[in-house]
Structures are given as structure tokens and as C-alpha cells.
Ligand binder design. Sequence first.
Ligand code: AQP
Length: 376
Amino acid sequence: ITRIFSGIQPTGIPHLGNYLGTLSNWARLQDQLTRQTPSEDCATNAVQARDKVIYSIADLHAFTVPQPPKAVLKNTLDMTASIIACGVDPERCVLFRQSAVPLHTELAWMLNCITPVGWLHKMTQWKTKLQNKNPSDHGTASSGIDAASDPNSETSKLRLGLFAYPVLQAADILLYSASHVPVGEDQKQHIELTRDIADMANRHFKTKLFQLPDVLMTTNKRVMSLRDPTKKMSKSDKTANATILLTDSDDDIRSKIRKTVTDPIDTVTYDPENRPGVANLLRIYSAFYQRAENSSNAESSALNDVTQLFAGKKNQELKEKTTDIVIESTRKVRQELKRIIKEEDYLMGCLLRGEEEASMIAAKNWERVKKASGLS
Ligand code: AQP
């Protein structure tokens, strides 16, 4: 691993899924990759270590769904505070706002001009959006495309940005020559697309402009909504009690987990298909259990241990024990977030410093693109 790059959209306060699936991994990776961070007074080495780990607040991606202008900056600062509270240290990595480095959109444009539209039509997330907009369609991509070409269909009202955002994501990654991109299962296809686009660009410009990044798969499974366990927990889900936020108090967490939708069977078994609510609680418990035990065992083994632990116990007990482990395991992060979220000047300072460093790295790579394309 020579450099990792990852991003998160500032679309609200992060929830337990964002924490387990992404932010805690960001902190862990930063710790692993900058373990030999030299002493503070050795400035050159410190910069070398910092730019191994680049994290972006993907505010431009957030616009793929409408954002109230008044909320944009506040959401960005809240996300910055959340990332730092989860253990990401802006002294040891580059943390910045995507929109502050306009080269992301410039490179995205160049990549748009060489990316075949058919590649984007294959993206599962896009196909899901098409199907949701077009219930009469039976879920094949081609019927979605047909519907999209009818200017009056519901699908043709979907926005271009939503269709093209995987290209912007490719630009985000390629601009920094990231060797690895830590993502969850849902984003794996987009990183594969990034590799294909990089390869296409290298052939198009007849020079090795871009490094093909590898996926660094994060291990934690999806955390599902507490109110509808067939849907993932989402920042934008406004259903009451569906998400546990990093700003929740102990009482909020207690009350939300108590109200979790389970099923009429009274004892605990792990059956994600038929008992998604109970399975979700077992997975949340096991994710924290694995951390508390400091176990390097695979996730599946922690889940087995936890399923054994609760075998024959009442759902009620699972809810209570999950409440305790969530409250205890997130206490430090929640306390730190509460403190830091008010420090707007400090947060802005961290972002400005990150922006400066990100711009320098991006400019070097963009210069090579300009040369290869003839723009220079
Ligand atoms: N429920 C989840 N369980 C595990 N991981 C999750 N992630 C999101 N939801 C869950 C991971 O968190 C990162 C956040 O990425 P994002 O904010 O760029 O986009 P997202 O996946 O769309 O996140 P949300 O929370 O669902 O936000 P909204 O509501 O704005 O769309 C990703 O790495 C994702 O895998």
C-alpha cells in the first residue's frame, strides 16, 4: 500500500453503519499506515507520512440529491468533526473538502469524454435507481435504458449527475494516484469501473498516466435500519428511530434499540432471511464484541461466537445487551464529537490545511494529464 484514498458524503451526522463500515476503519488504516510517523520536528517526513492517507469529504457527490444551500457548510463541518471524533487525526493524514480542489471536476470532465455510456448503465446502483423509478419495468437494464430514452418517462427525469457520479468518483481516486481504496461491498463495482477508466485513459493517451487502484474491502457487513431491517441504515433516512447517530445520547440509544423491529419468535436465532431484525442486532453486537475482545478472528467467527452466546435467550435480552455494548463502545467517540462539533474555527483550519496539501498532489497529476492531452 503506497497511498489510500477514500471519501464520505456530508449528508448528515454519521450513523452506526457509517461508523462500523467506514469511519472506524479509516482511523485503523491511518494508524497502521502512519505507525512510524516521525517526530513532529521532522517536517519533511511528517508530510510524507501524511500524504499516504487521503480522506475527502465528498460534498460534490452530495449534490446528486438536492441539498438545502443553508445546510451544506454545516453538514461539511459536522462530518469533519465526526471523522476526527472517530479517530482520524488531521495531523497524520490529508483531510479535505472535495469541492475545494476544482481539479476533481476538471479531471472528471476529461474522463467523461472517454468513458463509454454503456459502462455506467451497468452500475448496479444506477440500475436500482432506474427500477425504483420504473415499477412496471421488470428489472432488466435494457428496459431501463429504453424507458430513459422516452423524454416523458419517470426514469428520464433522473439527473445526469446521479448517472455520471461514478466517473467523478474515479477522478477523485485517480487524481491522487491512490494504490488502494477502502470501501464496503456496495462500492466495489465503482472501484472496478475506476480501474477500467484508468486503463482506458492510459491507452487513449498512450502513456501510463494513472495507477490502477485496488479495492481494500472493509469487513463489516451492512448495518440495517432499526425500523425496516430489509433496508440499510442511511443518513438520509428520516424515519424516527431508524438510525443510531453518533450524536445520540445514552438514552436515545437505549430507546431506539428497545423499539427495534424484530419478530414474534421470542428466542434468538441467526436467520437473516426470515429474521432480519434479530440478525441485524446480532451483527451489530458481534461487530463491537469483536473489537472489545480485540479479536483478529474473522467476522464470521465473531458472529458464530455471539450467536452461541445468545442461543436460547430472549430477544429482549439481546436488545438489552446490544444497547449496553453500543453505548459503551461508542461513548468516547460520542463524547469527543459533542466537544469538537462546536469548534468550527478549528475544523475549518483542519480542512484548509488539508485542501492546500490535496491541491498540491492533484496539481502534479493534472499537469501530466494536460501534457498528455495537449492542453498544456
Ligand atoms: N448501513 C450501512 N452499513 C455499513 N456501512 C454503511 N455505509 C453507509 N451506510 C452503511 C458506508 O458508509 C460510507 C458512507 O458513504 P456515503 O456517505 O458516501 O454514502 P452512503 O453509502 O450513501 O451512506 P448513507 O449513510 O446511506 O448516506 P445517504 O443517506 O446520504 O445516502 C460508505 O463507505 C458506505 O459503504
